[in-house]
Design a protein around this ligand. Sequence first.
Ligand code: PHE
Ligand code: NA
Length: 461
Amino acid sequence: MAEAGREKFLKRRHMIFAAIGSAVGLGNVWRFPYMCYEYGGAAFLVAYIIGLFAIGIPWLLTEFGMGHYFQKGAPGVFRSIGKKWEWVGWFPSISAFLIDTYYCVIMAWTIIYMFSSMTLAWGAGEAGAHQAGDYFFKTVLNLSESPGELGGLQWPIVGALAFTWIIIYFVIYRGAEIVGKVSEVVMVLAWVLIIAILIRSLTLPGAVDGLNYYLDIDWSVLKGADVWFAAFSQIAFSLSVGMAGMYAYGRFIARKGDITNNTMITAFCDSGFAFLTGFAVFSTVGYIMQALGVSLQDVTIAGIGLAFVTYPVGISLMPALNRLTGVLFFIMFWIIGLSSAYYLAYAGYIVPMIDKFGWQRKKVAFWGCLVGFLVGLIYCTQGGLYWLDIVDRTVAFYTLLIGGAIASLVVGWVFGADKLREHVNATSDIKVGPWLDFLIKVVVPAGLLFVVVYGGFMQDL
Ligand code: PHE
Ligand code: NA
């Protein structure tokens, strides 16, 4: 990136907002609630919080710190550690590309919902609340009869997807500082809106039942490795680690910038946002259970589409200004997605390819976006949701976590965790002790590999 572009980022405020902008995304409002729903609610939360401290935060610190140390993106960092490690830096690029292809499709759904919110297309009040599920699955997605059968393209989604990629291309073209600035405004708007939705959801009849599921711990669930697998996957996805971007952000932290502090702020803003959306979604789920007279297991609207049913229910039931809230909410949803999707594309695979092959930035950006769009068309078919789920589970669970384990081993043992810690401490007010070495060398890789093997392979076989 041009020197001028970098200078702007040295303003600490923009750097931190850009990092938070990358972290806070659809992962918080769309993925966190459904992961939480599927993996035991509060048990998932417990695994999440433990994983955040033991794995997520050291992982993020590693990426920021290594990017800052070498002033390079992921492939460059690992090439500098040793030629034979370069491939470790390409792993994240593959994850980033694959994730971005479906990430943008979910952004496309939010565009559809901006329009549907103007008219409350699924209906206002209680009637709307009842129709929200059908609206998503039958009208918007037009799901095929048998799961996985591709069926026809859903043209409104294709259009919204094309629009999304054009904007991403435009932002890459204009440079990163735009994103820092936009993220600043959007983050504030995002917090205001989510709190408004939260208040409405908490006051719905039945909310308590949903919250019980969110907050009542069934300790026995924690004995299964799959809940840990899901929690670690969600942490990585949500903190944007394992996808190359945070190495690149590390470059933008000022020479004397505080790496530890940046790590903490990013991690807590991200998790805080996810926990709040959890409250909103689960109180609405409780309402749906009561209103439709069904049990939690019967809330068929659950799973991967959860967010696109529960938020609309909440919006329908707003006493006033529900259309406006809906429109603003989905605009917010799309924009927080944009600052993430842009970074997945740009730092994830476009910059690494420019660095590696010396190709022209504009050309790589163009082809990178076009191919991302074309691959994403699979998810715009009637069977798209099914495939989206499979790819999300494969990439965000396996590729991401295996890549993270390998990266952590190489940084910890080959580069040297102590060297990283000294570098981080030299730039930060908060000093971290030698325990960080232990986390990076042992806990992070062992924890990630353990859940992949026991929560993943052994159960899928
Ligand atoms: N962290 C983002 C989210 O939660 C996703 C993302 C991953 C963004 C990697 C950029 C890079 O939605
Ligand atoms: Na996130």
